[in-house]
Design a protein around this ligand. Structure first.
Ligand code: UD1
Ligand code: CA
Length: 459
């Protein structure tokens, strides 16, 4: 179920697309569901901002059911009737997951399903004992049987004391669900069709409703408010750090690091405090990622040193390279094995070959730079003429003197030298020296004469 608006978030964006652990809440739920059944057996009920939600998770190959008007969780399942029982789909058992409860594990979903099957139940509620059950539906039991689920708003003071809550995850016998679902009504505090009321409906119809408690209450937590969301985010990230520690990664001050769920890091890599590793970043073994670096969707080889304050997005770095401090690698930067990209160097759509060095204060954009090239301090590729971007090619072994501007399109040939402070507007052939600067002139004694003149004028 992912059709709700998420009113309590006070957000323009649908609740299930808010991110925790670096990806939409709904994407977590789908990824877990996919560990239990194939995507073709997953139906995502969408409604509020349906197209945005569909687009965000369409890549998973799941099915969608449109709940155009969101009249409650019971209504969401009513709308799914044809998808689940029609079209040649005849499911015996339907497992209902909440699109806003991302901590659930595949193991728990399987336990719920197996328990439901073993009990031959019509409805099985996944429940949990919470220290603070406020806001959740409460499970009203008589022994092993569930008589009803009462929402917070409708609960009596006595019922509010019950600590066993409804997780919003259920297993249903599909035929029984759809035989009885039309008995739900909107006669409640919100004027909605509550799926939770199916417990009472079934109980009255002498159908079997049971509950199975999770051992880890943390798995069923929902994200109805920003505060809840941030708490889940912190839990997910801590779990991610623990997983990496388990795999041989050193992480200092784990609580200061922000590591997204899908990030991979090799053993013996050291992550210093206040590092962010985001998206689909992959880091090899024996690297050191120093403080304040923010790395998104990038692939880093083995033995790479990332010095403090390095920002990297959609880039690749070869083994043994050294980056930073304060290197800014924008999308499409590829740094070869053993290359160095240093202080305040900005790169974009650049290939920097094996062993090449750009150590200080440069802008390298739309460039193909070969192996063992030395890019002097302050070198700038002038890639933009105000309308179009142009390419700079620097061949193997070339040496670019400090403070040079290379006006693209331009090629510096293999092994060529560019004199410091040159403005290069034409191609430089291999092994040549190019000077593109004014010749220096010297006026002997000029400074002394100026000082003496100033003294005589009493200044
Ligand atoms: C629901 C349960 C509550 C349980 C809690 C667990 C009901 C009435 N209450 O409350 O007993 O303790 O989950 O987290 O079910 N949705 C739709 N269509 C709708 C309405 C909601 O698809 O018309 C989706 C939402 O997007 C959300 C999920 O259903 O992903 C749950 O809805 P939500 O409004 O968050 O229910 P809760 O108030 O949390
Ligand atoms: Ca919820």
């Amino acid at each position: 179920m992912a059709a709700g608006k998420g009113t309590r978030l006070k957000s323009k964006h649908p609740k299930v697309l808010h991110e925790i652990g670096g990806k939409p809440i709904l994407a977590h739920v789908i990824a877990t569901a996919e560990k239990v059944v194939p995507a073709r057996d997953i139906f995502v009920i969408i409604g509020h901002e349906a197209e945005r939600v569909r687009e965000a998770v369409a890549g998973t190959g799941v099915n969608f059911v449109l709940q155009a008007e969101q009249r409650g969780t019971g209504h969401a399942l009513m709308v799914a009737r044809d998808a689940l029982l029609g079209n040649g789909n005849k499911y015996d058992q339907v497992i209902v997951l909440s699109g806003d409860a991302p901590m659930i594990t595949a193991e728990t979903i399987r336990k719920l399903s197996d328990f439901h099957t073993a009990q031959k139940a019509d409805m099985t509620v996944l429940s949990a004992d919470l220290d603070n059950p406020y806001g959740y539906g409460r499970v009203i039991r008589k022994g092993a049987r569930v008589l009803a689920i009462v929402e917070e708003k409708s609960a009596t003071p006595q019922q509010k004391k019950i600590r066993e809550i409804n997780s919003g995850f259920y297993a249903f016998a599909a035929p029984a669900l759809y035989e009885h679902i039309d008995r739900l009504s909107t006669a409640n505090a919100h004027g909605e069709y509550y799926l939770t009321d199916m417990a009472g409906v079934f109980h009255q119809a002498r159908k079997k409703v049971v509950a199975i408690k999770t051992s880890d209450a943390g798995e069923v937590l929902g994200s109805n408010t920003r505060a809840e969301m941030m708490m889940l985010d912190a839990r997910l990230r801590l779990a991610k750090c623990r997983q990496l520690l388990e795999q041989g990664v050193t992480i200092f001050f784990t609580h200061t690091c922000v590591i997204d769920s899908d990030v991979e890091v090799g053993a013996d890599t050291v992550i210093e405090p206040f590092v962010q590793l985001l998206g689909h970043t992959k880091i090899g073994e024996d690297c050191r990622i120093r403080s304040y670096s923010v790395i998104r969707n990038s692939v880093i080889g083995e033995r790479v040193t990332v010095r403090p304050g390095t920002i990297m997005e959609d880039s690749r770095v070869g083994a043994g390279a050294v980056l930073g401090p304060y290197t800014h690698m924008r999308p499409g930067s590829e740094v070869g094995e053993g290359a160095h990209v240093g202080n305040f160097v900005e790169t974009k759509k650049v290939k920097l070959g094996k062993g090449s060095k750009a150590n200080h204060l440069s802008y390298l954009g739309d460039a193909e730079i070969g192996e063992d090239v030395n890019i002097g301090a302050g070198t700038i590729t002038c890639n933009y003429d105000g309308v179009k971007k142009h390419k700079t090619v620097i061949e193997d072994g070339a040496f670019i003197g400090s403070d040079s501007t290379l006006v693209a399109p331009v090629t510096i040939g293999r092994g060529a030298y560019v004199a410091a402070a040159s403005c290069i507007t034409e191609d430089v052939p291999a092994d040549a020296l190019a000077l593109g600067r004014a010749r220096q002139s010297v006026k002997e004694g000029w400074a002394r004469e100026k000082r003496e003149a100033q003294k005589q004028n009493g200044r």
